[in-house]
Design a binder for this molecule. Structure first.
Ligand SMILES: Cc1cc2nc3c(=O)[nH]c(=O)nc-3n(C[C@H](O)[C@H](O)[C@H](O)COP(=O)(O)OP(=O)(O)OC[C@H]3O[C@@H](n4cnc5c(N)ncnc54)[C@H](O)[C@@H]3O)c2cc1C
Length: 410
């Protein structure tokens, strides 16, 4: 199906089916059952089997109708697509329906105080105990950990092999006594991140994803999906928070009255795709500078980047798409603050866009770090896409136990 066909079919479907009175729970179920919530997913798994350009065309049709999007977040961006590729049929059957209809929220237990860019250095250990694994360690920067029901976990299951070979990938229940979640406050004022302490937490063996010791490969696959979902034309409406699923779906649209959802007007949505173009155009008009040649160039640059991202959908390496998104975010921040002047630093309901511009400016460094820093994306592009010589990695063939780091030696 061409993107034009997808756009036309989606427009017809959203026009006949969008009902703002439906409880969010029912609307999301309808999106999952129809395949229009995640059109780029396979038809066997709540999708329509469209390519990335087709998926973006559907998102445009949905926005045109003003319908609220499907649940977005770690579950749909990363966990779902990874389970579709490498999950067992039992895992797919158990977890995918609740991911597609947004009834179960997921978080990502990857980063640790000593393992971020060097993710393969994680110290959290999982030790087999019959049909279960017992997990001990500390994770950090866990977005949404305070409301997640499930988590994806990378843990060390073998310290006698080199660090990449001794990792396994698990699905862990957050709702158990061994999991303690402590919020971390960010400079935006909100506390989206957490530290997560795992003390004799338990994971059933059938929640191992991929091979035992094959966690690095599964994690790389998942991180590729994360980068894929973060391009400069990302569809960021409908982001999942701790939502009241019984509230009318229409109450989440256009700023909404329900906390927890980002319906495409939150700080992140303002920086990508249509949201970025709308924000800059609106601020240009508010500042009475639509006739100012210099300011118009700023807006044109933002629009060009979004259109290029749309044009390149699915054809760029994921790292290049993510770098384009971080670049666009910084540019939208700078243009917005230039147009608003000192008013751009204000927060609260009297400020422009209810203070979202200031929040976006404070959030902006985060996207250059989340999902792998800009430097790491450039390393990936250099090594995997340009074929440049790899960085020296002196610990690559050394058993993890022998590495000189805390927890590396027993
Ligand atoms: C908004 C946001 C959300 C996040 N959500 C989650 C989450 O839900 N779950 C989760 O597990 N983690 C999450 N993270 C953590 C994120 O994945 C890590 O912060 C990131 O991978 C960087 O790791 P680090 O903070 O340990 O920095 P470090 O790895 O210590 O890096 C420090 C600096 O050194 C540079 N650097 C490191 N290695 C190299 C290298 N080889 N070459 C060149 N430069 C290098 C980095 O680019 C960076 O500038 C989130 C982070 C942010 C900002």
């Amino acid at each position: 199906m061409t993107p034009e066909d997808a756009y036309r079919d989606a427009l017809a479907w959203f026009r006949s089916n969008w009902n703002p009175q439906l409880p969010l729970r029912d609307w999301w179920q309808l999106l999952a059952d129809s395949g229009w919530g995640f059109p780029a997913w396979p038809e066997a798994f709540f999708g329509k089997g469209l390519d990335a350009a087709g998926g973006k065309a559907v998102a445009r049709a949905r926005r045109e109708v003003g319908a609220f999007g499907g649940p977005q977040g770690i579950a749909t961006m990363m966990v779902g697509p990874t389970l579709m590729e490498v999950g067992t049929p039992a895992q797919q059957q158990r977890y995918l329906p609740a991911i597609a209809n947004g009834s179960e929220i997921w978080c990502q237990l990857f980063s640790e105080p000593g393992a971020g860019s060097d993710l393969a250095g994680v110290q959290t250990r999982a030790v087999r105990d019959g049909d279960e694994w017992i997990v001990n360690g500390q994770k950090v920067w866990t977005s949404g950990g305070h409301y997640a029901r499930w988590a994806i976990l990378v843990a060390r299951t073998d310290s006698d092999v080199p660090k990449h070979a001794g990792l396994s990938f698990f699905l862990i229940d957050m709702d158990q006594p061994g999991v303690e979640v402590r919020p971390l406050r960010q400079m935006t004022g909100t506390a989206e991140f957490n530290e997560v302490f795992l003390t004799d937490a338990r994971v059933r063996h059938d929640n191992l994803v991929g091979e035992l010791g094959g966690g690095w490969g599964v994690a790389l696959r998942l991180l590729g999906h994360e980068r894929d979902s973060l391009d400069a034309d990302a569809d960021v409406s409908g982001i999942q928070g701790d939502l009241d699923l019984g509230a009318p779906a229409g109450s989440f649209v256009g700023g909404g009255t329900n906390p927890g959802a980002d319906d495409g007007t939150g700080p992140f949505a303002l920086t990508q795709g249509q949201g970025a173009m709308d924000l800059v155009t609106e601020l240009l008009a508010d500042a009475d500078r639509t006739g100012d040649a210099v300011a118009r160039q700023w807006a044109a640059s933002v629009a060009t980047q979004v259109r290029l991202a749309r044009y390149n959908a699915g054809s760029l390496p994921a790292s290049a798409g993510k770098l384009a998104a971080t670049h666009l975010l910084r540019e939208v921040r700078d243009v917005s603050l230039r147009l608003l002047g000192p008013g751009g630093t204000l927060t609260g309901p009297d400020a422009a866009r209810d203070g979202l511009v200031a929040e976006m400016a404070l959030f902006s460094p985060g996207l250059s770090i989340a999902g792998g820093t800009d430097e790491i994306q450039r390393n990936i592009l250099g090594e995997r896409d340009l074929g440049l010589p790899p960085e020296p990695r002196v610990d690559k063939h050394v058993p993890f136990r022998e590495l000189n780091q805390p927890g590396g030696r027993d």
